[in-house]
Design a protein around this ligand. Sequence first.
Ligand SMILES: *Cc1c(COP(=O)(O)O)cnc(C)c1O
Length: 357
Amino acid sequence: MKIDYPCVQINLSKIKHNTEKIVELCRKKDIDVVGVSKVYCAKKPIVNAMLQGGVVMIGDSRIENLKKIDKLKCRKMLLRIPMESHSRDVVKYSDISLNSELTTIKRLSKAAKKLNKIHSIILMIDLGDLREGILEKDVINTVKAIMELPNIKIAGIGTNLTCYGAVIPDESNLGRLVEIKDRIKQELALDIPLVSGGNSSSIHLVVNGKIPKGINQLRIGEAIILGRETAFGESIPECYGDSFILKGEIVEIKFKPSMPSGNIGVDAFGEKPVFQDKGTIKRAIVAIGKQDIKIDGLKPIDKYIDILGGSSDHLILDISSCKTNYEVGDIVDFNMDYGCLLRVMTSPYVKKYYIDK
Ligand SMILES: *Cc1c(COP(=O)(O)O)cnc(C)c1O
């Protein structure tokens, strides 16, 4: 097979392995795992690897991605609070959606009625992170109003943390979520089956046995994909951190000064760059840039490579200390953080290759 660069090499068996490990960890605490596909745009081979690894459902933030996997036999969850204007597609392409606006839920009810479907929702509750969710004081009234709506089932309550406000899930805030479920049962005689306790930032509570009893679902993307939890950035035992490798081709190698010459203005992105004078260095240019990657989210696998910076289409490296004698046309490998991977997977310029070993 001729490989085209830049590309990302995706190891499906490592993703399946990570999924199995995390599903097993969660199963011990009676928690189901929703496999989150948004960072990789719900590409089918990876969705399949997560399903084989044992997730109960696939979750994505974009309805377009769920549409792409419509034919796959699995339950699907829409993670981002739906746009009202997408109500029909939400009902059509997802089995369950996360919601926080009564007016939107009313629209979903209407769309579900028209399509002759029952649409399930998880009512999102804001426990302090200040992204999506209703406030705790509004829970009872909102649930009461939703109960009136035809073709809508309240399948669960949920929360999302560590996304905007960087609030870390703990026994106190997730404990409150379980209490809310109990209060709904007491006051409205409604038994809500699912308590969806967040994303990869909740995994540490599972690992150290502190997840409150009653949390029975987590929605997990990054922990499976990069093998680490996101509250403290710790690796998850027995999981791989290198399922995705970015590969770029060197197009120039030259010895040049480390300081630009001339008056310094702003770069192509309107920022004023800073330079460190290291004298003359051996520099390499790789044919990939900010259109495809997040430069500060890259980590060269050759630890002697230093990333100097880049522009839309160029990545500039200091290869002065490398033991490998790089030449033009050679390929350089990188690990990526979540933000960089998101861009890589979204960029049509970065080819995707799958390996299975
Ligand atoms: C993205 C997302 C997740 C998954 O987050 P990870 O940190 O990748 O596990 C879970 N829930 C919601 C609502 C999301 O938007």
